[in-house]
Every structure is written in structure tokens, then in C-alpha cells.
Write a protein that binds this ligand. Structure first.
Ligand SMILES: [Fe+2]
Length: 390
């Protein structure tokens, strides 16, 4: 994912006896892509394999996992989902409402209380959170990191975590398989982010400290998602008693406002706003406040277009999104492949002469069609379809 980082105590060589406070520790190797991809190695007071039970969770996971509406039940059309009307949940999993999904991707809105008795590990997808509202501490076995509004939080699949959130919480969650990554094209052959990349290594925060004993003990029960099934695993001793770790796989926080947007003499395409990608499956782009195209006669508003290989979802955070009418903060719009889309009448030419935009939005373009969920359908705004009629 990014460069090797480290926290706490480590032996000089991996896979060797390592004593801490007179006690032999247990090594835990956490890998991606089999054993060939990125990895991290952590050292635990007690073996993280000390599981004592595995049972189906006692709560209903239907809304979290989503039920897809078959394509033949809905006309292929642009849509607007009012995410602010999604049900507020009572804990981390109950707060999730899946809106769109396919085999490799799930897009959800998360609203309500996200504090839970258990920790959660998504063994099926990497999770990319965009925090609309809420702040606090994300606890993971690799340590704690702070998050707040306008932060992306990227949690690698299989990472057990808990949010300790203050106040209300609302987020747009993108789950991706096999991975959500920093786009490879932003890296040089040495793995560094290139000088022209829209962010630098310094913008990505990783766990800042190891967990306290009290925090470690919050990992005795871990709900894990695999194959669209959530199982509760209970442990004899906390698997989160970590003495130290190093490696390239760890959760990160990236504030969207640290994204460095590019502006051209004439309009530059949205792929320049790419922030994360799930290779073969989707890209995530950040539209942040910026100066706009400055050439004589330049039209800053995006042109009508067909991106014939992409379904497009945009989550609007704030500001005036020049290309769209009929959306507001926390709207999620959907424009499917196979249909041209673009600004509503009047918006396009009205943008000539604009010097800047204050829009803040997250876009997910998927390369396979997305199914709307039953819950998403209930949140739909039927007026959007006709908002292009003059
Ligand atoms: Fe588009």
C-alpha cells in the first residue's frame, strides 16, 4: 500500500524468538495477494489464534449487506438517493445501509451510533470510509489513529477495528475487493509517490500509538464478514495485545482537503482527481475546492459525456456542484453506463468566467454495473430523472 512503517518493539529478524518483559511473544504475519503482496508482521503477548468460539451474529445483517434489485425490475436511468433519510442505526453494523453493490463493490451510507460491544473485521472487502460527520479514535490491533470530518479512512480487509466516536456519525462507505489502493500510476519504480502525484507520503497518517490495556481488551469479540456472512468470534485472551509491528499494510487516514487538485488552461478530465483505485473494478475521485480552468473561453463545467465503461456515483459533501441541479449535501447521484450524462440545461455555459469552485464531493466510477438495493430504492428522489427538462 504505502511505505514500510513501524510502531513499538520488534526483534532484529522476523521469525526468530522474541521475548518481551521476559515472556516469549507470538509473531503474526498479515499478508495480501497470498504471500506475494504487501504484508505486515506484528508481535503479540498472546497468540492471535486463541479463538474459543465461532457463531452467527444474533442481529439482522440484511440492511448492511444489501439486497440487490434485479436489473430487469428497474429501467436503466440516472438516479438520486437521499442518503440523509437512511435509517440511523444503533451500532457499527446496524448503522450501515447498502445503496449500490455488485460482486466486487458495495457503496453504503452509515448513520447513527457506531459504538459497538464487539470489534469488526471485514474479511471480504477493503473499506474506504469518507467521514461526513463524527470524530474520534479508530482502534485497530496495529494501534490507534484519530479521524474527523472530511477524512478518508482506509482499512485493509481482515483488520479488526472499532470506532470510539464522539457525537453523531455519518459517512459514505466504499467496500472494494480484491483491494482498494493508492493508484499505481502515482508511484515511481521505488514505490515512492511521484513528485507530480496529488498527495505526498506525509499526508497519510497511520496508527500513531499502540493500544492501552483497556483498549486491547475491547477485542475479545470480533465479528467478521466473509462470503456475505457475519460470524462472531470470541477469544480467550485479547488478540490485540500488540508489542510492535512493521510492514506496508496498515490502516490510513487521508484528509480529502489535503488532495492537491490540478487546474488547466482548458477543462481537465475527472481522472486527474483520482485518489484511490480498486484495480479492474473502480476508481475513487475527490473533487475539492480549487481554481478552475483559466484559458480564454474555457468552460469550467464538465462537458456532457458518455463514459461507456463506467457507472458513476457521486456523494456530494458541500459547496455548489456546478454541473448538477436537484442535489444537495449528502445526496448521492447515479449515472449509469450506456447513457450520456452531464450538466443540466443552463449550468454548462453559465460556468464560463468562473474563477473557482467550492465543491467538495467523492466520486466512485465502477467498471461493472451496480445494482441498486431495495433500501436504496426507498431513498430515491423521483424528481431527479426529469431535472434535465427545460
Ligand atoms: Fe460523469
Amino acid at each position: 500500500m504505502l511505505e514500510r512503517r513501524t510502531l513499538g518493539h520488534l526483534p532484529a529478524k522476523p521469525h526468530t524468538v522474541f521475548k518481551h518483559n521476559g515472556k516469549v511473544t507470538t509473531e503474526y504475519v498479515f499478508t495480501r495477494d497470498g504471500f506475494a503482496g504487501g504484508f505486515s508482521i506484528s508481535y503479540h503477548e498472546d497468540a492471535p489464534t486463541n479463538m474459543k468460539s465461532a457463531e452467527f451474529v444474533s442481529f439482522d445483517t440484511t440492511r448492511m449487506l444489501g439486497i440487490a434489485v434485479p436489473f430487469h425490475e428497474l429501467p436503466n436511468a440516472r438516479r438520486h438517493v437521499k442518503t440523509w433519510e437512511a435509517k440511523e442505526g444503533k451500532d457499527l453494523l446496524d448503522s450501515r445501509t447498502a445503496i449500490w453493490l455488485n460482486d466486487t463493490t458495495r457503496l453504503s451510507v452509515v448513520r447513527g451510533q457506531i459504538q459497538s460491544e464487539y470489534a469488526f473485521s471485514n474479511g471480504q472487502f477493503d473499506e474506504l470510509w469518507f467521514i461526513y460527520e463524527g470524530k474520534g479514535t479508530l482502534l485497530t490491533m496495529m494501534g490507534a489513529l484519530e479521524y474527523g470530518p472530511n477524512d478518508y479512512v482506509l482499512i485493509p480487509r481482515g483488520t479488526a477495528y472499532k470506532f470510539l466516536n464522539q457525537g453523531t456519525f455519518e459517512a459514505f462507505l466504499t467496500e472494494g475487493s480484491p483491494a482498494i489502493e493508492i493508484p499505481a500510476e502515482y508511484k515511481n519504480p521505488h514505490g515512492q509517490l511521484k513528485l507530480e502525484a496529488p498527495f505526498t507520503h506525509r499526508d497519510f497518517r497511520s496508527p500513531e500509538r499502540l493500544l492501552t490495556e483497556k483498549e486491547q481488551n475491547q477485542f475479545l469479540n470480533i465479528a467478521s464478514l466473509v462470503s456475505n456472512t457475519v460470524t462472531m468470534h470470541s477469544y480467550q485472551t485479547s488478540p490485540a495485545k500488540v508489542i510492535g509491528w512493521d510492514g506496508s499494510v496498515y490502516p490510513i487516514v487521508f484528509p480529502i482537503l489535503d488532495f492537491l487538485p490540478k487546474t488547466g488552461k482548458i477543462h481537465l478530465p475527472p481522472n486527474l482527481h483520482q485518489t484511490f483505485s480498486s484495480p479492474q473494478n473502480f476508481v475513487v475521485c475527490s473533487f475539492v475546492p480549487r481554481l478552475v480552468d483559466y484559458g480564454e473561453g474555457a468552460i469550467p463545467c464538465p462537458y456532457p459525456h458518455s463514459n461507456v465503461h463506467c457507472d458513476e456515483v457521486i456523494y456530494y459533501v458541500r459547496g455548489n456542484f456546478t454541473s448538477r441541479k436537484g442535489v444537495s449535501e449528502r445526496s448521492a447521484s447515479f449515472h449509469p453506463m450506456g447513457l450520456p450524462h452531464g450538466p443540466q440545461p443552463g449550468n454548462y455555459l453559465a460556468s464560463v468566467g468562473h474563477k473557482s469552485t467550492d465543491e467538495l464531493a467523492v466520486m466512485v466510477d465502477t467498471f461493472q454495473p451496480l445494482y441498486l438495493t431495495r433500501a436504496g430504492l426507498e431513498l430515491q428522489d423521483p424528481a431527479y430523472l426529469n431535472s434535465w427538462i427545460e
